[in-house]
Design a protein around this ligand. Structure first.
Ligand code: DQA
Length: 143
């Protein structure tokens, strides 16, 4: 099984960025977690991070016919991007949305997610472990 993990803008700043909200674990800790989860579950996990909406749309399109599932944290684009929603719908690959923080208990504008209209599950407020939970969900359902 081949999964793609996509991280949106500013997630490369994990560990530095608002640690009171996103925790002290770094982006490299996240990459290590993805690697160890892939090993443990005997699957392939590729990771893509971009600060650019169009690059994320391109990556989702390129996932067509290649990946069995997508785990996506669209970060700020969660709350604005019809383009990311449409790309997910276009490729129709099973997808799970992850948010490190509990977006529901923050500002009102964080409560709505465009990609969430497509994703079959959303995991929020679980820290980096949310990615692991999303991967396990996709493996159990689609492998
Ligand atoms: C986030 C929540 C978003 O509202 C925010 O813009 C982010 C990160 C999260 O992982 O909690 O950049 O997606």
């Amino acid at each position: 099984m081949k999964l793609l993990v996509i991280n949106g803008p500013n997630l490369n700043m994990l560990g530095i960025r608002e640690p009171n909200i996103y925790g002290k674990q770094t982006f490299f800790d996240l990459l290590a977690l993805l690697e160890s989860t892939a090993k443990e579950l005997a699957i392939t996990i590729d990771q893509f991070q971009s600060n650019h909406e169009g690059a994320i749309v391109d990556k989702i399109q390129q996932a067509y016919g290649v990946y069995h599932g997508i785990v996506i944290n669209p970060a700020a684009y969660t709350h604005t991007s019809v383009a990311i929603l449409d790309a997910l719908k276009a490729v129709a690959i099973p997808a799970v949305e992850v948010h490190i923080s509990d977006v529901d208990s923050r500002e009102d504008f964080r409560k709505f997610s465009y990609p969430g209209l497509y994703c079959e599950k959303t995991i929020k407020g679980q820290g980096l472990d949310g990615y692991r939970q999303a991967i396990i969900y996709l493996k159990e359902k689609y492998a």
